[in-house]
Design a binder for this molecule. Sequence first.
Ligand SMILES: CC(C)(COP(=O)(O)OP(=O)(O)OC[C@H]1O[C@@H](n2cnc3c(N)ncnc32)[C@H](O)[C@@H]1OP(=O)(O)O)[C@@H](O)C(=O)NCCC(=O)NCCS
Length: 170
Amino acid sequence: MHIREEAPADVDAIHALTQAAFAPMDFSDKTEGAALKALRARGELTISLVAEEAGALIGHVAFSPVAIDGVHDGWYGLGPISVRPGRQRNGVGKALIARGLGMLRDLGASGCALIGNPRIYSRAGFVSDGRLSYRNLPSEYVQRIVFRGPPPSGALRFASGLEDDALPTG
Ligand SMILES: CC(C)(COP(=O)(O)OP(=O)(O)OC[C@H]1O[C@@H](n2cnc3c(N)ncnc32)[C@H](O)[C@@H]1OP(=O)(O)O)[C@@H](O)C(=O)NCCC(=O)NCCS
């Protein structure tokens, strides 16, 4: 498996992969592919990584800027993230997250936040201390990893491409 940044030729394959990964998920409103396109069109796709194996895409993760209580302050959001059905639970998602977090650190980011299943993202160091909120979601689904500075508190808002078109996923 090889992880690299997305190229223009990957866009359709990333969309198909995202649709396929979220299709069986009850929590999904199936707009994750459209949200990715909106992020890309609005210049909000700070990092977009693909995992490739034998010339085919098997995973993808996006990172985009977030605001906490209306202020960006170096924070980014993880999501959507997709691993091809049939290749899940094999470390692909974990590797994509690790690479993306490393790139965010290199950018000088303050940290990364996401909405997701704590059982999955705690493995990558994400935690919830109840100080970040997202709409009316239970706080354990609102997680973050701090790179520098104090742990954030306040209302999380994702990039407009995610807020307009889909509940953020990650
Ligand atoms: C969620 C997803 C991106 C995870 O990627 P993955 O390659 O399957 O996950 P990994 O194999 O890298 O697992 C990472 C860790 O999370 C755990 N994990 C993964 N999926 C899990 C699940 N459904 N429930 C509980 N734990 C899970 C793994 O056990 C692993 O822990 P470990 O480090 O102790 O081994 C992938 O399963 C997927 O695309 N799912 C469908 C789309 C989706 O749900 N996206 C995220 C929305 S929150």
